[in-house]
Design a protein around this ligand. Structure first.
Ligand code: GLU
Length: 467
């Protein structure tokens, strides 16, 4: 059997990380087994679905490197097929028309509440003769769900889960306006698309019982189900804005690399021994459903930052430079021309050792685009007192004469200068760093100067010295 999984988001909001993780798991599972991973946009809620949300989904999946097979299926285009299945269920006697008005249904719920029963449809029209149907009243179509026995799902993560059929009511398949319900559409689409494994959040478990009834009524085989425990905030509460980033776009904004986010989401709720840092190839090789844990996971932003640092150090310098430049280009207080880009690229090996996010990386790289005169942090200012300026004045001459102007040559020049003036190397490097960056941190001072280039170094030194 060829494995076919799907990701079936509703385009009504963000690409939440719970969904993103479901997409990743479905993707990895399909790729691990040489199967297919397809995308279905569940846009049947026409009022809440937006093109923007569809774009966010496409964009987010592409960014995470989760390429789907074939063209995406838009659920709303399949309404005729959904209605056709309902007609078949009617013919089989597995569905019936319900003429209850909204008022009657509200009264039914009210009564159940008063009697402290869960609000369920009471089956008013289940066994009534169609000839009793009122004239001209719109009707919904409901599934004639089994009333006895149990519905059992052998979930690949949760184990066997069951519910007494008496606890479930006759769900609506087609609304009175003729539109299919979500429960129906998902079943028909999963069946028609040949989905073998449905992996989704365990908030869908009650839907699964109801969907199983539709499969059985049609005489279709059920797919395998794997319900994933949800992701909570670090405090164990439902993940919310208060906890910080929660959508894929938020993480990108915050400077997380997609491979770090995928690696993190994979490890959140799935494990394989003590494997921690896994690239895509290793993920595909190792992923399987038996590694998925049963308890909810807690989002750990610190751990994500740590993993991001690891992935940044592994990332290609050109790619990181492009990401940094995109951010610097947003700032009109900086230059961001080709010269600046070349400086950032030259500094990248040093910069990426220290930053945990692309935001930090861009911040630490921003001195490369500063315009003169610089402004200084109070700490940097301290290194630019009389002593500092004396050092800079002395170095100006040496650096102007240095040939070639390389990191190595700069290093020897600074050391020789320190020795000559009986100074510690720090006493030479710190004023220089302050003059170059306006701060007290940068990659190695020799690399920093080499990346800026002689002309810029001299211009920055001169701009802090008295005219
Ligand atoms: N469209 C549903 C959602 O976004 C998912 C349906 C499913 O995976 O079966 O929650």
């Amino acid at each position: 059997m060829k494995i076919r999984t799907r990701f079936a988001p509703s385009p009504t909001g963000l690409l939440h990380i719970g969904n993103a993780r479901a997409a990743l798991f479905n993707y990895l599972f399909a790729r691990h087994h040489g199967g297919e991973f397809v995308l279905r946009i569940e846009d049947t809620d026409r009022e809440r679905s937006t093109q923007h949300a569809v774009d966010v989904i496409f964009d987010g999946l592409k960014w995470m490197g989760l390429d789907w097979d074939g063209e995406p299926v838009f659920q709303a285009t399949r309404q005729e097929r959904h209605a056709e299945i309902v007609a078949q269920l009617m013919e089989k006697g597995m569905a019936y028309r319900c003429y209850c008005t909204p008022e009657e249904l509200a009264a039914m719920r009210e009564k159940a509440r008063a009697e402290k029963r869960p609000p369920r449809y009471d089956g008013t029209w289940r066994d009534r003769d169609p000839s009793e149907a009122p004239e001209g009243v719109p009707y919904a179509i409901r599934l004639k769900a089994p009333k006895d026995g149990e519905t059992i799902i052998k979930d690949l993560v949760q184990g066997e889960v069951r519910v007494a059929n008496a606890e479930m009511d006759d769900l609506i398949l087609l609304r009175s306006d003729g539109t299919p319900t979500y429960l129906l559409a998902v079943v028909v689409d999963d069946h028609d698309m040949g989905i073998t494994h449905v992996m989704r959040g365990d908030d869908h478990l009650t839907n699964t019982f109801r969907q199983a009834m539709i499969y059985r009524a049609m005489g279709w085989d059920l797919p395998e189900f794997a319900h994933l425990p949800l992701i909570h905030g670090p405090d164990g509460a439902k993940l919310s804005k208060r906890h910080g980033a929660q959508s894929v776009v938020d993480f990108r904004e915050e400077g997380i690399l997609p491979e770090a986010l995928c690696n993190y989401l994979l490890r959140l709720g799935w494990g394989h021994g003590d494997a921690e840092v896994l690239d895509r190839e290793e993920q595909i090789k190792l992923f399987d459903i038996d590694g998925i844990g049963r308890s909810p996971s807690r989002m750990d932003y610190v751990k994500l930052g740590h993993l991001n640092g690891i992935w940044m150090r592994r990332a290609d310098d050109e790619r990181l430079t492009a990401l940094v430049m995109q951010r610097l280009e947003q700032r009109d207080d900086l230059n961001h021309d080709e010269t600046v880009r070349a400086r950032v690229l030259a500094l990248m090996p040093g910069l990426k050792e220290r930053a945990k996010t692309v935001v930090e990386l861009a911040e630490n790289a921003s001195f490369a685009g500063l315009r003169l005169p610089l402004s200084f942090t109070p700490k940097a200012e301290k290194h630019l007192g009389e002593d500092g300026k004396k050092v800079l004045a002395g170095l100006e001459e040496k650096l102007a004469a240095l040939e070639p102007f390389t990191a190595e040559g700069i290093d020897s020049t600074l050391r020789a200068f320190a020795a000559e003036h009986e100074l510690k190397l720090g006493a030479v490097a710190q004023p220089l760093r302050a003059a170059m960056t306006g701060t007290t941190t940068s990659p190695g001072i020799d690399l920093t100067l080499a990346a800026l280039g002689r002309d810029e170094v001299l211009a920055r030194i001169r701009s802090v010295l008295p005219a």
